[in-house]
Design a protein around this ligand. Structure first.
Ligand code: HMG
Ligand code: MG
Length: 305
């Protein structure tokens, strides 16, 4: 893409569905259809599932079957999107690669309590789990993204200092992550706190290697994306129809809706390559599948016309 274009990394199938009660019953074929429809909308990066414990996150229990199906659907086809999957440890990484994954993500937190509740270990222990994942990924030419959760606040510890976020982002970057995605897991950030956080992180990791991952709990996610874009970020995580939330962050709502970001960047004259009308249809379709209303304001406006 041109240097001023923006890339949207679609989170709907993973971050979106992981916390939707109805998603545990959703057939793998429907999830595959969601992934394929999202690709048809022009999304070039899609996070599809998580190789985590099915006891912890039942909606992602079919991770291997879905990954095999996605790999098979795109085998030998040119122009395949990059399909990301979460891998919390070496066991998840091995299973993901065996199923055909070539792009994985490790996930850390900037707050100790969230790290314990989410992945059952301290921040330092999580880094020790990720190190062998990054080593093996490098040997096999697999790309690894790194997430930092709770970059603007933690549901258990409250405020999170920008320096804490910067330290975890630096460690992930130094470990070999190709990109660090900054997660406002509970959506408490506002442009001022997000910019303070970005200022600290950008001293450790070049902005070109950062992505914004903002949840919309308090309605500030679009504002935070805009502020981050002005700061220099060009990659943003979002979920079709604003699906989801985090199972280990009570009250957290979905990611910023992809439709809303497409509308934002269209208005700014910035290329995303995504077809808004098709995306709104896809959002309506998947929302219907899981029995909820789409949360995208842009999609609602478009469909009301
Ligand atoms: P643990 O307890 O430290 O690990 O869990 P363990 O080795 O003691 O294993 C515990 C159980 O998990 C065992 O099963 C293992 O077999 C199984 P049991 O004997 O109890 O039946 N297990 C696995 N199963 C499948 N795949 C694996 C795997 N590893 C162990 N890879 C673990 C550690 C991470 C596995 C666990 O805590 C877990 O699954 N947590 C879920 C984390 C999660 O998915 N959270 C939501 C995604 S993160 C997020 O949403 C934030 C993000 O969007 C950014 C943001 O918004 O901030 C990324
Ligand atoms: Mg998230």
């Amino acid at each position: 893409p041109a240097s001023d274009a923006v890339t949207l990394i679609e989170m709907g199938p993973r971050d979106g569905l992981q916390n939707e009660p109805a998603a545990a019953q959703l057939p793998t074929a429907t999830k595959l259809e969601l992934v394929q429809r999202l690709a048809t909308c022009g999304l070039t990066e899609i996070e599809t599932t998580a190789f985590v414990s099915p006891q912890w996150v039942p909606a992602m229990a079919d991770h291997a079957g879905l990954t095999r199906a996605v790999s098979a659907a795109w085998a030998g086809r040119p122009g395949a999107p990059r399909f990301w999957v979460l891998t919390p440890n070496l066991r998840g990484f091995e299973a993901a690669v065996a199923a055909g994954a070539r792009h994985v993500a490790v996930f850390a937190a900037a707050s100790e309590s969230f790290s314990q509740r989410n992945i059952n270990c301290s921040i330092a222990e999580s880094m020790a789990r990720f190190a062998p994942v990054l080593e093996r990924a490098a040997a096999q030419g697999v790309d690894v993204r790194g997430y930092v959760s709770c970059v603007a606040g933690c549901p258990y510890d409250g405020a999170v200092a920008p320096a804490q976020v910067a330290a975890v982002a630096r460690d992930l970057h130094q470990m070999g992550c190709c990109e660090v995605s900054l997660g406002d897991t509970i959506g408490v950030g506002t442009p001022r706190s997000i910019l303070a956080m970005l200022d600290a992180v950008a001293r450790e990791v070049p902005p070109a290697l950062l992505a914004g991952h903002y949840h919309d709990t308090w309605g500030m996610a679009v504002a935070n994306v805009y502020a981050s874009w002005q700061f220099g970020l060009r990659r943003f995580d979002s979920a079709v129809a604003g699906l989801g939330g985090c199972p280990y962050a009570k009250g957290a709502s979905g990611n910023v809706a992809t439709e809303d970001l497409v509308w934002l960047f269209q208005g700014l004259g910035v290329e995303t390559g995504v077809d808004l009308a098709r995306l709104a249809d896809t959002g309506a379709w998947i929302s219907h599948q899981i029995g909820r209303a789409p949360a995208s304001r842009a999609a609602q406006a478009l469909r009301g016309q």
